[in-house]
Design a protein around this ligand. Structure first.
Ligand code: URA
Ligand code: ZN
Length: 364
């Protein structure tokens, strides 16, 4: 297997067994419930899916927690390397007392799972955010002892006040120093009032297709407005779902900044400011989980061919009728890369794996 042509999936999740047990013990989201008249357990994680209907969560089987299933899925889809991350909502809900130990346990467990398949699995670590910033910084510093960790996965709430919270700066600085990129992933979407009275009739479509990308876009825009990328200039972020709508809206966001009288009066439009475009090309990488060449072309134009990274979102978006064959959701992302970058071109090879190997140092 030549590393240059490796296919790398950087957006792929697990809920390790210890996390599944934590969810089984809970009585409100995120939790795992058994549903009357159904054999399977259901995982309920999104506020919008905790309703008395067929869209209450999703069946949760071994593909969610067993790394052997991850490897089978990788083999079926010609994926050489996966960089696995705990799926949402991570430990956002943990009490301050339990967060630190739970993060240690999960990170150790995930690292050990990677060690069972050397060279095929790496991981983004989980942070004990509710434990407070000292506990978080300590866990980041401990990550260098874990052989397979290549960054951290983060939601948009930070310590509870969003990612523009100045209290997060020491955490961002520690990540910058440790050269660990943030894989930023949505969970909370938009307030359910946005989806209207009939939203229960529409399954998970509105929160997943629109709520998730807007959440990511808003979170990063707030970081830009809070000058996070000037204060922590080498902070690196990989944005899920090709940055939500950030590539498409970058020009409009930049124009609104440039025309804002309040920002001008506060002296925030001076020389040292990084533009949205600067940040997209210096601090941000975008995954290619956008299911189409038009969105992917926007991502490439915004950040560059050398900054987009293939992903699958496994085990989410399985075929509704399982036949053991390839997943349409994965094939669509392969097609999107082919449509935007061609087949077997340098750009396509880079997006499929070369960029990930370089950015995440997987060439070991
Ligand atoms: N739904 C989720 O809750 N998370 C994902 O990553 C994808 C779909
Ligand atoms: Zn995901």
């Amino acid at each position: 297997m030549s590393i240059k042509s490796s296919i790398v999936d950087i957006h792929t999740h697990v809920y390790p067994p210890s996390y599944i047990n934590l969810l089984k013990a809970r009585k409100s989201i995120p939790y795992i419930i058994s549903v009357p008249d159904s054999e399977s357990l259901r995982l309920v994680i999104l506020p919008a899916e905790d309703t008395e209907s067929t869209s209450r969560g999703r069946p949760v089987g071994a593909e969610y927690y067993d790394t052997n299933e991850k490897i089978k899925f990788m083999d079926l889809h010609s994926i050489d390397i996966s960089v696995i991350s705990l799926a949402n909502p991570w430990l956002d809900w943990a009490t301050p007392e339990e967060a630190g130990q739970a993060a240690k346990d999960i990170n150790d467990e995930v690292d050990a799972e990677c060690g069972k398949f050397p060279g095929r699995l790496f991981a983004f670590a989980t942070l004990p955010l509710s434990g407070g910033k000292e506990v978080v910084v300590k866990e980041i510093q401990r990550l260098k002892e874990l052989k397979y960790m290549r960054g951290i996965v983060l939601g948009t709430t930070g310590l509870g006040k969003g990612l523009d919270d100045p209290e997060l700066l020491p955490i961002f600085e520690t990540l910058q120093e440790a050269k660990l990129p943030i894989f930023l992933h949505p969970h909370y979407g938009l307030p359910s009032s946005v989806w209207g009275e009939r939203s229960n009739d529409y399954g998970h479509v509105l929160p997943l297709a629109l709520g998730f990308p807007m959440e990511t876009t808003i979170a990063v825009t707030r970081m830009i407005l809070a000058s996070v990328f000037e204060k922590v200039p080498d902070l690196e972020m990989i944005l899920a779902h090709s940055g939500g709508t950030l590539p498409f809206l970058a020009g409009r966001i930049e124009s609104c900044i440039e025309h804002d009288g309040h920002l001008k009066a506060e002296g925030k439009l001076g020389n040292g400011r990084k533009t949205v475009r600067d940040i997209l090309k210096k601090n941000i990488f975008l995954d290619a989980v956008i299911y189409g060449d038009v969105g992917l072309k926007a991502a490439i134009q915004a950040s560059g061919e050398d900054r987009v990274l293939f992903g699958t979102d496994h085990p989410f978006f399985p075929p509704l009728v399982e036949d053991g064959g390839k997943w349409a959701s994965v094939e669509t992302n392969y097609e999107g890369i082919k449509g935007a970058l061609g087949s077997h071109t340098d750009g396509a090879e880079a997006a499929l794996g070369g960029n990930a190997v370089r950015i995440l140092n997987l060439n070991v």
